[in-house]
Write a protein that binds this ligand. Structure first.
Ligand code: ADP
Length: 486
Protein backbone atom coordinates (compact mmCIF):
# COMPACT_ATOMS: atom_id res chain seq x y z
CA UNK A 1 0.00 0.00 0.00
CA UNK A 2 1.66 3.28 -1.08
CA UNK A 3 2.14 6.02 1.48
CA UNK A 4 -1.02 8.04 1.92
CA UNK A 5 -1.45 11.59 3.11
CA UNK A 6 1.51 13.13 1.28
CA UNK A 7 0.86 16.67 0.13
CA UNK A 8 3.35 16.06 -2.70
CA UNK A 9 2.85 12.42 -3.77
CA UNK A 10 5.58 12.78 -6.42
CA UNK A 11 8.15 12.52 -3.61
CA UNK A 12 7.31 8.82 -3.35
CA UNK A 13 9.32 7.07 -6.09
CA UNK A 14 9.62 3.35 -6.75
CA UNK A 15 12.43 3.69 -9.29
CA UNK A 16 16.18 4.06 -8.97
CA UNK A 17 17.96 7.20 -10.19
CA UNK A 18 20.79 6.05 -12.44
CA UNK A 19 22.88 8.62 -14.24
CA UNK A 20 20.08 11.17 -14.34
CA UNK A 21 17.27 8.78 -15.38
CA UNK A 22 14.58 7.30 -13.17
CA UNK A 23 14.65 3.64 -14.09
CA UNK A 24 13.46 0.15 -13.31
CA UNK A 25 16.10 -2.54 -13.26
CA UNK A 26 16.82 -4.26 -16.56
CA UNK A 27 16.73 -7.50 -14.57
CA UNK A 28 13.03 -6.87 -14.00
CA UNK A 29 13.57 -7.88 -10.39
CA UNK A 30 12.25 -5.84 -7.50
CA UNK A 31 12.51 -5.90 -3.71
CA UNK A 32 9.57 -5.20 -1.42
CA UNK A 33 9.77 -2.64 1.34
CA UNK A 34 7.57 -2.98 4.40
CA UNK A 35 6.27 -0.77 7.17
CA UNK A 36 7.76 -2.08 10.40
CA UNK A 37 4.74 -0.90 12.41
CA UNK A 38 2.16 -2.83 10.40
CA UNK A 39 4.10 -5.35 8.34
CA UNK A 40 2.30 -4.04 5.23
CA UNK A 41 4.20 -3.78 1.98
CA UNK A 42 4.65 -0.10 1.12
CA UNK A 43 5.94 -0.72 -2.38
CA UNK A 44 8.85 -2.10 -4.33
CA UNK A 45 12.25 -0.88 -5.51
CA UNK A 46 14.31 -2.03 -8.47
CA UNK A 47 16.94 -4.66 -7.65
CA UNK A 48 19.68 -2.93 -9.61
CA UNK A 49 22.36 -5.02 -11.28
CA UNK A 50 26.12 -4.69 -11.55
CA UNK A 51 25.65 -3.18 -15.03
CA UNK A 52 23.36 -0.48 -13.66
CA UNK A 53 25.83 0.29 -10.90
CA UNK A 54 28.58 0.65 -13.54
CA UNK A 55 26.34 2.98 -15.49
CA UNK A 56 25.80 5.17 -12.43
CA UNK A 57 29.58 5.27 -11.82
CA UNK A 58 30.30 6.29 -15.43
CA UNK A 59 27.69 9.05 -15.29
CA UNK A 60 29.06 10.27 -11.94
CA UNK A 61 32.54 10.37 -13.43
CA UNK A 62 31.55 12.50 -16.37
CA UNK A 63 29.29 14.80 -14.30
CA UNK A 64 32.11 15.32 -11.78
CA UNK A 65 34.48 16.60 -14.46
CA UNK A 66 32.10 19.49 -15.10
CA UNK A 67 30.97 19.98 -11.50
CA UNK A 68 34.49 20.53 -10.18
CA UNK A 69 34.87 23.51 -12.51
CA UNK A 70 31.83 25.28 -11.06
CA UNK A 71 32.74 27.96 -8.55
CA UNK A 72 32.26 27.24 -4.85
CA UNK A 73 29.50 29.86 -4.83
CA UNK A 74 27.64 28.10 -7.63
CA UNK A 75 27.90 24.77 -5.86
CA UNK A 76 26.86 26.32 -2.55
CA UNK A 77 23.81 27.97 -4.15
CA UNK A 78 22.49 24.59 -5.35
CA UNK A 79 23.07 23.00 -1.94
CA UNK A 80 21.21 25.90 -0.28
CA UNK A 81 18.31 25.50 -2.72
CA UNK A 82 18.20 21.81 -1.86
CA UNK A 83 18.24 22.72 1.85
CA UNK A 84 15.25 25.03 1.37
CA UNK A 85 13.32 22.40 -0.60
CA UNK A 86 13.92 19.77 2.08
CA UNK A 87 12.57 22.03 4.79
CA UNK A 88 9.61 22.98 2.60
CA UNK A 89 8.83 19.23 2.33
CA UNK A 90 9.49 18.52 6.00
CA UNK A 91 6.12 16.93 6.74
CA UNK A 92 6.13 14.68 3.68
CA UNK A 93 9.73 13.54 4.20
CA UNK A 94 8.98 12.80 7.86
CA UNK A 95 5.89 10.78 6.91
CA UNK A 96 7.84 8.73 4.37
CA UNK A 97 10.54 8.10 6.97
CA UNK A 98 8.13 7.05 9.72
CA UNK A 99 6.29 4.68 7.40
CA UNK A 100 9.40 2.91 6.12
CA UNK A 101 11.61 3.14 9.22
CA UNK A 102 9.22 3.20 12.18
CA UNK A 103 10.56 6.12 14.23
CA UNK A 104 7.90 8.42 15.66
CA UNK A 105 6.90 11.41 13.58
CA UNK A 106 8.42 13.95 15.98
CA UNK A 107 11.79 12.21 15.69
CA UNK A 108 11.43 11.90 11.92
CA UNK A 109 10.83 15.66 11.68
CA UNK A 110 13.91 16.19 13.83
CA UNK A 111 15.93 14.02 11.47
CA UNK A 112 14.71 15.90 8.40
CA UNK A 113 15.98 19.16 9.93
CA UNK A 114 19.21 17.48 11.01
CA UNK A 115 19.68 16.07 7.50
CA UNK A 116 19.09 19.49 5.95
CA UNK A 117 21.58 21.11 8.34
CA UNK A 118 24.46 19.30 6.62
CA UNK A 119 23.56 20.91 3.30
CA UNK A 120 23.69 24.36 4.81
CA UNK A 121 26.86 23.66 6.78
CA UNK A 122 28.75 22.29 3.77
CA UNK A 123 27.38 24.95 1.42
CA UNK A 124 29.12 27.38 3.77
CA UNK A 125 32.26 25.22 3.95
CA UNK A 126 32.46 25.11 0.15
CA UNK A 127 33.48 28.76 0.28
CA UNK A 128 36.32 28.13 2.73
CA UNK A 129 38.37 25.32 1.19
CA UNK A 130 41.50 27.39 1.33
CA UNK A 131 44.93 25.88 0.79
CA UNK A 132 48.22 27.06 2.30
CA UNK A 133 51.57 28.46 1.21
CA UNK A 134 54.70 26.74 2.58
CA UNK A 135 57.87 28.66 3.43
CA UNK A 136 60.42 26.68 1.40
CA UNK A 137 64.14 26.23 2.20
CA UNK A 138 65.24 27.37 -1.31
CA UNK A 139 65.26 31.04 -2.24
CA UNK A 140 63.93 30.41 -5.78
CA UNK A 141 60.97 28.31 -4.75
CA UNK A 142 57.44 28.66 -3.49
CA UNK A 143 55.22 25.72 -2.55
CA UNK A 144 51.47 25.95 -2.57
CA UNK A 145 49.18 23.31 -1.08
CA UNK A 146 46.01 23.07 -3.13
CA UNK A 147 42.82 21.33 -2.04
CA UNK A 148 41.13 19.48 -4.86
CA UNK A 149 38.13 17.17 -4.99
CA UNK A 150 38.77 13.45 -4.56
CA UNK A 151 36.64 12.77 -7.66
CA UNK A 152 33.91 10.19 -8.04
CA UNK A 153 32.80 8.77 -4.70
CA UNK A 154 30.31 6.23 -3.36
CA UNK A 155 28.30 5.84 -0.19
CA UNK A 156 26.56 2.90 1.44
CA UNK A 157 24.09 3.99 4.08
CA UNK A 158 22.02 2.36 6.84
CA UNK A 159 18.33 2.28 7.71
CA UNK A 160 18.39 3.93 11.16
CA UNK A 161 18.83 7.51 9.84
CA UNK A 162 17.61 7.17 6.26
CA UNK A 163 18.12 10.85 5.37
CA UNK A 164 20.79 12.25 7.66
CA UNK A 165 23.33 9.50 6.98
CA UNK A 166 23.03 10.39 3.29
CA UNK A 167 23.30 14.18 3.53
CA UNK A 168 26.18 13.90 6.01
CA UNK A 169 28.09 12.19 3.19
CA UNK A 170 26.84 13.77 -0.01
CA UNK A 171 26.74 17.39 1.19
CA UNK A 172 30.51 17.58 1.79
CA UNK A 173 31.12 15.55 -1.37
CA UNK A 174 29.17 17.94 -3.58
CA UNK A 175 30.53 21.00 -1.78
CA UNK A 176 34.07 19.77 -2.43
CA UNK A 177 33.35 19.18 -6.13
CA UNK A 178 32.90 15.39 -6.03
CA UNK A 179 30.10 13.22 -7.42
CA UNK A 180 28.46 10.38 -5.50
CA UNK A 181 26.77 7.06 -6.19
CA UNK A 182 24.66 6.06 -3.20
CA UNK A 183 23.34 2.67 -2.24
CA UNK A 184 20.77 3.30 0.49
CA UNK A 185 19.62 0.58 2.83
CA UNK A 186 17.16 -1.73 1.08
CA UNK A 187 14.97 -1.36 4.20
CA UNK A 188 14.55 2.44 3.87
CA UNK A 189 15.06 3.45 0.23
CA UNK A 190 12.12 5.83 -0.15
CA UNK A 191 13.64 8.60 1.98
CA UNK A 192 16.75 8.48 -0.22
CA UNK A 193 14.70 8.57 -3.41
CA UNK A 194 12.62 11.52 -2.16
CA UNK A 195 15.84 13.35 -1.36
CA UNK A 196 17.00 12.75 -4.92
CA UNK A 197 13.73 14.15 -6.33
CA UNK A 198 14.42 17.35 -4.40
CA UNK A 199 18.06 17.38 -5.54
CA UNK A 200 16.91 17.42 -9.16
CA UNK A 201 14.50 20.26 -8.39
CA UNK A 202 17.33 22.18 -6.72
CA UNK A 203 19.32 21.97 -9.94
CA UNK A 204 21.93 19.38 -9.02
CA UNK A 205 23.40 18.40 -12.40
CA UNK A 206 22.19 15.19 -13.98
CA UNK A 207 24.35 12.18 -13.09
CA UNK A 208 26.18 13.85 -10.21
CA UNK A 209 24.01 11.89 -7.76
CA UNK A 210 22.73 8.39 -8.41
CA UNK A 211 20.62 6.32 -6.05
CA UNK A 212 21.21 2.66 -6.84
CA UNK A 213 18.62 0.57 -5.03
CA UNK A 214 18.80 -3.14 -4.47
CA UNK A 215 20.82 -5.86 -2.86
CA UNK A 216 24.07 -5.06 -1.12
CA UNK A 217 25.85 -8.14 -2.38
CA UNK A 218 25.14 -7.20 -6.01
CA UNK A 219 25.96 -3.47 -5.78
CA UNK A 220 28.61 -3.29 -3.02
CA UNK A 221 31.39 -5.24 -4.79
CA UNK A 222 30.98 -3.13 -7.96
CA UNK A 223 31.44 0.07 -5.97
CA UNK A 224 34.48 -1.26 -4.10
CA UNK A 225 36.19 -2.81 -7.14
CA UNK A 226 35.76 0.21 -9.40
CA UNK A 227 38.99 2.15 -10.01
CA UNK A 228 36.83 5.16 -10.95
CA UNK A 229 35.35 5.35 -7.46
CA UNK A 230 38.13 7.06 -5.51
CA UNK A 231 36.43 7.05 -2.15
CA UNK A 232 33.81 5.08 -0.26
CA UNK A 233 31.94 6.42 2.74
CA UNK A 234 30.08 3.81 4.75
CA UNK A 235 27.88 3.82 7.83
CA UNK A 236 26.82 0.47 9.22
CA UNK A 237 28.06 -2.52 11.14
CA UNK A 238 31.73 -3.15 11.96
CA UNK A 239 31.48 -6.53 10.28
CA UNK A 240 30.39 -5.04 6.92
CA UNK A 241 32.84 -2.14 7.33
CA UNK A 242 35.72 -4.59 7.63
CA UNK A 243 34.48 -6.47 4.58
CA UNK A 244 34.28 -3.25 2.53
CA UNK A 245 37.78 -2.32 3.67
CA UNK A 246 39.07 -5.65 2.38
CA UNK A 247 37.19 -5.28 -0.89
CA UNK A 248 38.56 -1.74 -1.34
CA UNK A 249 42.17 -2.81 -0.85
CA UNK A 250 42.86 -3.66 -4.48
CA UNK A 251 41.96 -0.14 -5.64
CA UNK A 252 43.54 1.65 -2.62
CA UNK A 253 40.32 3.52 -2.08
CA UNK A 254 39.98 6.25 0.48
CA UNK A 255 37.54 5.19 3.18
CA UNK A 256 35.36 6.82 5.77
CA UNK A 257 33.82 4.21 8.05
CA UNK A 258 31.28 4.97 10.72
CA UNK A 259 30.72 1.64 12.42
CA UNK A 260 29.28 0.06 15.54
CA UNK A 261 29.65 1.32 19.08
CA UNK A 262 29.16 0.12 22.62
CA UNK A 263 28.60 3.46 24.29
CA UNK A 264 29.01 3.71 28.06
CA UNK A 265 27.05 6.27 30.07
CA UNK A 266 28.56 6.98 33.49
CA UNK A 267 26.61 8.54 36.34
CA UNK A 268 28.76 9.68 39.26
CA UNK A 269 27.50 10.25 42.81
CA UNK A 270 27.92 14.01 42.35
CA UNK A 271 25.77 14.11 39.19
CA UNK A 272 22.57 16.10 39.01
CA UNK A 273 20.06 13.25 39.12
CA UNK A 274 17.46 14.80 36.81
CA UNK A 275 20.08 15.81 34.23
CA UNK A 276 21.46 12.27 34.26
CA UNK A 277 18.01 10.70 33.93
CA UNK A 278 17.06 13.00 31.03
CA UNK A 279 20.40 12.36 29.29
CA UNK A 280 20.12 8.60 29.70
CA UNK A 281 16.52 8.59 28.42
CA UNK A 282 17.49 10.54 25.30
CA UNK A 283 20.63 8.62 24.50
CA UNK A 284 19.07 5.22 25.17
CA UNK A 285 15.57 5.39 23.69
CA UNK A 286 15.99 7.71 20.70
CA UNK A 287 14.92 5.78 17.60
CA UNK A 288 13.83 2.90 19.89
CA UNK A 289 17.46 2.41 20.88
CA UNK A 290 18.56 1.87 17.29
CA UNK A 291 21.42 4.33 16.88
CA UNK A 292 25.15 3.67 16.86
CA UNK A 293 25.58 6.31 19.59
CA UNK A 294 22.83 4.95 21.85
CA UNK A 295 24.15 4.32 25.34
CA UNK A 296 24.55 0.57 25.59
CA UNK A 297 25.93 0.29 29.14
CA UNK A 298 24.71 2.49 32.00
CA UNK A 299 27.36 2.60 34.73
CA UNK A 300 26.10 4.12 37.98
CA UNK A 301 28.08 4.87 41.14
CA UNK A 302 26.84 3.14 44.29
CA UNK A 303 25.82 6.33 46.17
CA UNK A 304 23.32 7.45 43.50
CA UNK A 305 22.52 4.03 42.07
CA UNK A 306 19.20 3.29 43.79
CA UNK A 307 17.80 6.79 43.26
CA UNK A 308 18.85 6.73 39.59
CA UNK A 309 17.28 3.32 38.97
CA UNK A 310 14.04 4.37 40.67
CA UNK A 311 13.76 7.64 38.71
CA UNK A 312 14.66 6.24 35.32
CA UNK A 313 12.25 3.35 35.80
CA UNK A 314 9.48 5.91 36.38
CA UNK A 315 10.42 7.71 33.14
CA UNK A 316 10.62 4.47 31.17
CA UNK A 317 7.10 3.58 32.32
CA UNK A 318 5.87 6.80 30.66
CA UNK A 319 7.10 5.81 27.17
CA UNK A 320 4.23 5.02 24.83
CA UNK A 321 5.06 2.32 22.32
CA UNK A 322 3.09 2.19 19.08
CA UNK A 323 2.79 3.27 15.46
CA UNK A 324 4.99 6.33 14.95
CA UNK A 325 2.32 8.06 12.87
CA UNK A 326 0.12 8.41 15.97
CA UNK A 327 1.35 11.54 17.78
CA UNK A 328 0.55 10.14 21.22
CA UNK A 329 3.24 7.46 20.81
CA UNK A 330 6.82 8.23 21.85
CA UNK A 331 8.55 5.04 20.69
CA UNK A 332 8.02 3.18 17.44
CA UNK A 333 8.69 -0.43 16.44
CA UNK A 334 12.05 -2.06 15.80
CA UNK A 335 13.15 -2.33 12.20
CA UNK A 336 12.65 -6.08 11.70
CA UNK A 337 12.04 -9.42 13.38
CA UNK A 338 15.77 -10.13 13.77
CA UNK A 339 16.11 -6.96 15.85
CA UNK A 340 13.30 -8.13 18.14
CA UNK A 341 14.89 -11.57 18.49
CA UNK A 342 18.20 -9.96 19.50
CA UNK A 343 16.53 -7.92 22.24
CA UNK A 344 14.86 -11.01 23.60
CA UNK A 345 18.14 -12.95 23.54
CA UNK A 346 20.05 -10.17 25.30
CA UNK A 347 17.45 -9.81 28.03
CA UNK A 348 17.15 -13.58 28.57
CA UNK A 349 20.93 -13.90 28.72
CA UNK A 350 21.18 -11.09 31.31
CA UNK A 351 18.39 -12.56 33.45
CA UNK A 352 19.96 -16.01 33.32
CA UNK A 353 23.24 -14.52 34.59
CA UNK A 354 21.63 -12.80 37.57
CA UNK A 355 20.27 -9.46 36.29
CA UNK A 356 16.81 -8.37 37.52
CA UNK A 357 14.05 -6.26 36.03
CA UNK A 358 13.66 -2.85 37.65
CA UNK A 359 10.84 -2.11 35.19
CA UNK A 360 7.93 -4.21 33.96
CA UNK A 361 9.22 -7.30 32.15
CA UNK A 362 9.90 -7.35 28.42
CA UNK A 363 6.91 -7.93 26.22
CA UNK A 364 6.79 -7.96 22.45
CA UNK A 365 4.00 -7.63 19.92
CA UNK A 366 5.15 -7.97 16.34
CA UNK A 367 8.05 -5.55 16.09
CA UNK A 368 6.90 -3.49 19.06
CA UNK A 369 9.02 -4.04 22.14
CA UNK A 370 8.38 -2.55 25.57
CA UNK A 371 11.36 -0.67 27.01
CA UNK A 372 12.98 -2.34 30.00
CA UNK A 373 15.42 -1.46 32.79
CA UNK A 374 17.72 -4.20 34.06
CA UNK A 375 19.77 -3.89 37.24
CA UNK A 376 22.53 -6.08 38.62
CA UNK A 377 24.16 -6.22 35.19
CA UNK A 378 27.76 -7.46 34.97
CA UNK A 379 30.50 -7.90 32.40
CA UNK A 380 29.59 -11.58 32.11
CA UNK A 381 26.46 -10.67 30.14
CA UNK A 382 26.04 -10.15 26.38
CA UNK A 383 24.62 -6.65 26.93
CA UNK A 384 28.05 -5.59 28.19
CA UNK A 385 29.99 -6.52 25.07
CA UNK A 386 27.50 -6.51 22.18
CA UNK A 387 25.54 -3.59 20.78
CA UNK A 388 21.93 -4.31 21.82
CA UNK A 389 20.39 -1.80 19.36
CA UNK A 390 17.09 -1.70 21.15
CA UNK A 391 15.23 -0.30 24.17
CA UNK A 392 17.04 -2.17 26.93
CA UNK A 393 18.66 -0.07 29.66
CA UNK A 394 21.18 -2.24 31.56
CA UNK A 395 22.52 -0.75 34.81
CA UNK A 396 25.96 -1.72 36.14
CA UNK A 397 26.97 -0.57 39.65
CA UNK A 398 30.48 0.77 40.33
CA UNK A 399 32.38 2.16 43.34
CA UNK A 400 35.33 4.25 42.09
CA UNK A 401 36.06 6.58 39.19
CA UNK A 402 39.01 4.44 38.14
CA UNK A 403 36.87 1.31 38.06
CA UNK A 404 34.23 3.10 35.97
CA UNK A 405 36.70 4.43 33.40
CA UNK A 406 38.39 1.03 33.08
CA UNK A 407 35.03 -0.65 32.58
CA UNK A 408 33.88 2.03 30.09
CA UNK A 409 37.05 1.61 28.02
CA UNK A 410 37.04 -2.19 28.07
CA UNK A 411 35.56 -2.55 24.62
CA UNK A 412 37.07 -2.81 21.15
CA UNK A 413 34.68 -0.03 20.11
CA UNK A 414 35.19 3.71 20.55
CA UNK A 415 32.35 5.77 19.12
CA UNK A 416 30.29 7.71 21.69
CA UNK A 417 30.43 7.94 25.48
CA UNK A 418 28.59 10.04 28.05
CA UNK A 419 29.14 10.94 31.67
CA UNK A 420 27.35 12.96 34.31
CA UNK A 421 29.11 14.86 37.08
CA UNK A 422 29.09 18.34 38.60
CA UNK A 423 32.75 18.19 39.65
CA UNK A 424 34.82 20.19 37.16
CA UNK A 425 38.08 18.36 37.90
CA UNK A 426 36.38 15.03 37.38
CA UNK A 427 34.89 16.38 34.17
CA UNK A 428 38.39 16.99 32.78
CA UNK A 429 39.90 13.75 34.15
CA UNK A 430 37.15 11.49 32.83
CA UNK A 431 36.66 13.43 29.59
CA UNK A 432 40.32 12.94 28.73
CA UNK A 433 40.45 9.32 29.90
CA UNK A 434 37.49 7.98 27.91
CA UNK A 435 38.76 6.25 24.72
CA UNK A 436 35.97 7.35 22.41
CA UNK A 437 35.70 9.65 19.41
CA UNK A 438 32.89 11.56 21.11
CA UNK A 439 32.30 12.34 24.77
CA UNK A 440 29.17 13.99 26.13
CA UNK A 441 29.39 15.70 29.54
CA UNK A 442 25.98 16.16 31.20
CA UNK A 443 24.22 15.46 27.91
CA UNK A 444 22.90 12.43 26.09
CA UNK A 445 23.38 13.97 22.66
CA UNK A 446 26.60 14.35 20.67
CA UNK A 447 25.37 14.82 17.10
CA UNK A 448 25.32 18.14 15.29
CA UNK A 449 26.42 19.31 11.88
CA UNK A 450 29.13 21.63 13.18
CA UNK A 451 31.09 19.10 15.29
CA UNK A 452 33.17 16.20 13.96
CA UNK A 453 31.37 12.88 14.35
CA UNK A 454 33.18 9.55 14.27
CA UNK A 455 34.86 6.81 16.20
CA UNK A 456 38.21 5.33 17.13
CA UNK A 457 39.29 1.69 17.48
CA UNK A 458 36.86 -0.67 15.72
CA UNK A 459 34.20 2.07 15.46
CA UNK A 460 35.70 3.43 12.30
CA UNK A 461 37.88 5.80 10.33
CA UNK A 462 37.50 9.47 9.51
CA UNK A 463 35.11 12.15 10.70
CA UNK A 464 31.84 13.43 9.32
CA UNK A 465 30.47 16.93 9.89
CA UNK A 466 32.36 19.86 11.34
CA UNK A 467 35.32 21.40 9.57
CA UNK A 468 37.05 18.02 8.99
CA UNK A 469 33.95 16.67 7.21
CA UNK A 470 34.87 18.26 3.89
CA UNK A 471 38.53 17.21 4.12
CA UNK A 472 37.34 13.63 3.71
CA UNK A 473 36.43 14.58 0.13
CA UNK A 474 39.52 16.65 -0.68
CA UNK A 475 43.03 15.70 -1.77
CA UNK A 476 46.05 17.83 -0.96
CA UNK A 477 48.31 18.71 -3.87
CA UNK A 478 51.74 20.23 -3.22
CA UNK A 479 52.46 22.58 -6.09
CA UNK A 480 56.20 23.35 -6.22
CA UNK A 481 57.08 26.48 -8.19
CA UNK A 482 60.83 26.56 -8.83
CA UNK A 483 63.29 28.84 -10.62
CA UNK A 484 61.61 32.01 -9.46
CA UNK A 485 63.79 35.12 -9.77
CA UNK A 486 63.87 37.48 -6.81
P1 ADP B 1 22.89 -2.89 10.07
O1 ADP B 1 23.34 -4.04 10.90
O2 ADP B 1 22.77 -1.61 10.80
O3 ADP B 1 21.75 -3.20 9.15
P2 ADP B 1 24.68 -3.23 7.87
O4 ADP B 1 26.14 -3.00 7.97
O5 ADP B 1 24.21 -4.62 7.65
O6 ADP B 1 24.12 -2.57 9.17
O7 ADP B 1 24.03 -2.33 6.74
C1 ADP B 1 24.40 -1.01 6.45
C2 ADP B 1 24.41 -0.83 4.96
O8 ADP B 1 25.38 -1.73 4.42
C3 ADP B 1 23.10 -1.14 4.25
O9 ADP B 1 22.95 -0.27 3.14
C4 ADP B 1 23.33 -2.55 3.76
O10 ADP B 1 22.56 -2.87 2.62
C5 ADP B 1 24.79 -2.50 3.41
N1 ADP B 1 25.46 -3.80 3.34
C6 ADP B 1 25.20 -4.91 4.07
N2 ADP B 1 26.03 -5.91 3.69
C7 ADP B 1 26.82 -5.42 2.72
C8 ADP B 1 27.88 -5.95 1.91
N3 ADP B 1 28.27 -7.21 2.04
N4 ADP B 1 28.46 -5.15 0.99
C9 ADP B 1 28.06 -3.87 0.84
N5 ADP B 1 27.08 -3.32 1.57
C10 ADP B 1 26.47 -4.07 2.50
Amino acid sequence: MPISGLSDPSLFREQALIGGSWTDSTSGKTLSVDNPATGEIIGTIPACTAAETEKAIAAADSAQKRWKTRTPDERAAILMKWYDLILASLDDLATIMTVEQGKVLAEAKGEVKYAASFLRWFAEEARRMDGTIITPPQRDRRVLVLKQPVGTTAAITPWNFPLAMITRKCAPAFAAGCSMVIKPSELTPYSALALAVLAERAGLPSGLLSIVTGEAKEIGPVLTASPTVRKLSFTGSTHVGALLMEQSASTIKRLSLELGGNAPLLVFDDADLETAVAGAMGSKFRNSGQTCVCSNRILVQSGIHDRFVARITEEVAKLKVGNGLDPKNTMGPLINDAAVAKIRAHVEDALSHGARYASAPLSTDGRFVTPVVLEGVTSAMRVSCEETFGPVLPVFKFETEEEAVTLANSTPFGLASYFFTTDVSRAWRVGEALDFGMVGLNTGSVSMESAPFGGIKQSGLGREGGHPGIDEFLELKSFHMAGLKF
